[in-house]
Design a protein around this ligand. Structure first.
Ligand code: MLT
Length: 264
């Protein structure tokens, strides 16, 4: 079922499917909830799956202020209030992982477990923040096409790029459907995100950390660093996948995710 909730003065679009223990899927930048198609279809057989479009993305409202990870986390928490969802598993990929960590910090009692996929705990450095701002200005001036061209080679593993034109097209379509204003707000929000490294050891919920072996944006070393700091954590490297491990290797991603959920 597709829905739209009015929360915190904005519209938040979401997909909900299945029944059972809840699992919330948080997409990356600059995508939308459709990146979770294979996970929604598989998990909804056994779980209640909720996949929102984070503000500035998909069918949710675009806001012009920097969309901080805390702002996005508060939107998700408000949506879960509307849907009467208590403690839940949050699965966040990349920017979705930043939002999942913000949720864990600000709303610890809502977190049953975390799945941190192709993400990292560090904040941007000075160079990274400058690049975010330059990219934000570029999308506002030129639209999403140039950023799609620059990002796709970094997002997907070499084998995905050579063998899976359908996947390239799917990713490009998602990027081009994102409003430039929404992308700029998210870029500025990500530039402001806090460093969560020192927070990780205080996480009390179990965590599954997943990463594509070929992830060029948040490489396996970032995942290993999180794994070392979260006591109750497991690390799963998805061989042959790049940054979009759930899209590039859905069977392997789902198997690891399902095995983790079954152990909770
Ligand atoms: C994402 O996939 O969400 C982004 O690449 C994250 C980032 O730019 O830090």
């Amino acid at each position: 079922m597709n829905g739209v909730a009015r929360v915190r003065g904005i519209k938040l679009a979401f997909e909900e499917a299945g029944e059972g223990a809840p699992v919330v899927l948080l997409h990356g930048f600059p995508f939308n909830r459709s990146m979770w198609r294979e996970q929604i279809d598989a998990l909804s057989a056994t779980h209640r799956v909720i996949a929102p479009d984070l503000r500035g993305h998909g069918a949710s409202s675009v806001t012009s202020e920097p969309a901080t990870m805390e702002e996005m986390a508060a939107d998700v928490a408000a949506l879960l209030d509307e849907l009467r969802v208590g403690a839940t598993v949050f699965v966040g990929l990349s920017m979705g992982g930043y939002v999942a960590l913000a949720l864990a910090r600000e709303y610890a009692t809502r977190v049953r477990a975390l799945v941190l996929a192709d993400t990292r705990a560090q904040a941007d450095d000075e160079d990274g923040r400058r690049t975010r701002e330059a990219t934000a200005q570029r999308v506002l001036e030129e639209g999403m096409e140039p950023i799609a061209e620059t990002m796709i080679p970094k997002l997907l593993a070499p084998s995905t790029r050579s063998d899976r034109p359908d996947t390239i097209e799917r990713v490009r379509t998602m990027i081009l459907h994102t409003e430039p204003e929404g992308a700029a707000s998210a870029l500025r929000g990500m530039a402001l995100r806090r460093d969560q490294t020192e927070f990780l050891p205080s996480l009390r919920s179990p965590a599954l950390i997943m990463v594509g072996s070929e992830d060029a944006i948040t490489p396996p070393s970032d995942s290993k660093a999180m794994h070392e700091r979260i006591a109750d954590s497991e690390l799963e490297i998805i061989e042959g996948a790049g940054h979009l491990s759930n899209i590039e290797r859905p069977a392997e991603f789902n198997r690891a995710l399902y095995a983790f959920l079954s152990r909770l």
